[in-house]
Design a protein around this ligand. Structure first.
Ligand SMILES: *Cc1c(COP(=O)(O)O)cnc(C)c1O
Length: 454
């Protein structure tokens, strides 16, 4: 059959409150046109993020009831540890409350002034945690990644020659090499198994460990299975194990590819580094058998990890975004290609060429999506990246609007509704106007800035 159905039935439902356009016009005005200030109850389809927004399965909820809250040595921890180790063969598995906590612990130990940490593209919390120690975060993604229309199958790959050059020049300043799977900041683009192995070879030849930021490891493995020569008949679990076997450690946000609403971990082989990390963990998160989590969260993650590598799920997951992407392209809406694993990125600079970057075309499109259809998306452009520390403003490299799909939450008709709202916006695109910012903080302005329509 051609229709790829949702490979689950719905057992518990949450009503969506359907607002009217007039209500939303007023809600936008009260929120100063900042979608982060809109109450989630007033959103019809919430595509702000895929982080922590997954629907848990019946088995996960059952596991929540089995959760054991013992301070030390909880059986929940041992179930969590063995589920992680089944896919990621590391000696030490250290739970944390989120991915960024794992990053903060890792870089508090191996970061520091003059250090350089290369990756394909660092996620913003990873970059923040590296820079907070005085170290430098360097992005070495392949050149194809910078062209939204380039259909390279592994646009998340690292440029191995640039890594080689960096290590030849300044190996003593590099404590480790990282790879982000999939490359979130680069549009959810995958990294090939060949590239993981090539990066590991270069890193190891220079005596450096490779750590994987593994938030969307299952989506990445599915892309490897579908797109990489020689991988199509292999089980996704084998591909996952090969990816992690090539590396020496990982950081993880369980809010992504573990179907959990909270959680994360740091896993690694180095005994001395693990001991230092556990000492730090006790100060900032908690005892090493619970990290920053309740026992019930550890159990939900353990079950989620077994469900996320289900190939029927992954086929449906990736197809949902491709489906929306294809329909948007048929409407003539420019998107980042190929569509990534967790989101569709619309190129608002191309879509709204009459709105200059400093009038925030991405914000204009995101506001239009909410006003016309109650859809909440996220501007990833000049609002997010355009404010420099000295207070001046520069256009971002791209003006994107991200439609991030929560896992197992929305159905095909929700996807069709999103497309229909875009179809209406297409007919009125010349009427869309930019914004100016009336009030903003000095940093991370997208969360709290107040806008006014032009
Ligand atoms: C979400 C994310 C993180 C941080 O994880 P949190 O659980 O949100 O702290 C790190 N790296 C990538 C690639 C992510 O997508």
């Amino acid at each position: 059959m051609k229709t790829i159905i949702e490979p689950f039935r719905i057992k518990t439902v949450e009503p969506i409150r359907l607002t009217t356009r007039d209500e939303r016009v007023e809600l936008l005005r009260r929120a100063h046109w900042n979608l982060f200030a809109i109450h989630a109850d007033d959103v019809i389809i919430d595509l702000l993020t895929d982080s922590g927004t997954s629907a848990m399965s019946a088995e996960q909820w059952a596991a929540v009831m089995r959760g054991d809250e013992s301070y030390a040595g909880s059986p929940s921890y041992y179930r969590f540890e063995s589920a992680v180790r089944e896919l990621m063969p590391y000696r030490h598995i250290i739970p944390t409350h989120q991915g960024r906590a794992a990053e903060a612990i890792l870089f508090s130990i191996i970061g520091g002034p003059r250090r350089i940490v290369p990756s394909n593209t660092h996620f913003d919390t990873t970059r923040g945690n590296i820079e907070a120690t005085g170290a430098e975060a360097v992005d070495l993604v392949i050149a194809e990644a910078h062209d939204p229309a380039n259909r390279h199958p592994f646009k998340g790959n690292m440029d191995v020659a640039r890594l080689e050059a960096l290590l030849a020049r300044s190996a003593e300043r590099v404590p480790l090499v990282m790879l982000t799977l999939t490359n979130n900041a680069g549009g959810g683009q995958p990294v090939s198994l060949e590239n993981v192995r090539a990066v590991a070879e270069v890193a190891h030849r220079h005596g450096k460990p490779l750590f994987i930021d593994a938030c969307r490891f299952a989506e990445n493995a599915w892309f490897i299975k579908c797109r990489e020569a020689g991988q199509s008949s292999r089980p996704v679990t084998d591909i996952v194990r090969d990816v992690f076997a090539a590396a020496d450690g990982m950081t993880m946000s369980a809010k992504k590819d573990a179907f959990a609403n909270i959680g994360g971990w740091l896993a690694l082989n180095d005994d001395a580094l693990a001991a230092a990390a556990r000492n730090r963990l006790i100060l900032t998160e908690g005892f090493p058998t619970y990290g920053g989590l309740a026992g019930r969260d550890l159990d939900a993650i353990a079950v989620g990890l077994r469900e996320i590598v289900d190939e029927q799920y992954l086929r449906y997951r990736v197809r949902t975004n491709e489906y929306i992407g294809e329909k948007l392209m048929a409407l003539g809406i420019p998107i980042v290609q190929p569509v990534g694993g967790h989101a569709v990125f619309v190129d608002a600079r191309q879509f709204l060429p009459h709105i200059p970057p400093l009038q925030y075309p991405g914000q204009a499109l995101a506001v239009a999506l909410y006003e016309r259809g109650g859809i909440r998306a996220c501007e990833i452009g000049t609002v997010m990246f355009g404010l420099r520390p000295d207070g001046t403003e520069v256009p971002a490299e791209a003006e994107l609007v991200r439609l991030a799909m929560p896992r197992r939450v929305y159905t095909q008709s929700h996807a069709d509704y999103v497309v229909e709202v875009f179809a209406e916006i297409v007919t009125q695109r010349e009427q869309l106007r930019g914004f100016r910012i009336e009030q903003q903080p000095a940093q991370l302005r997208h969360f709290t800035a107040q806008f006014a329509p032009l």
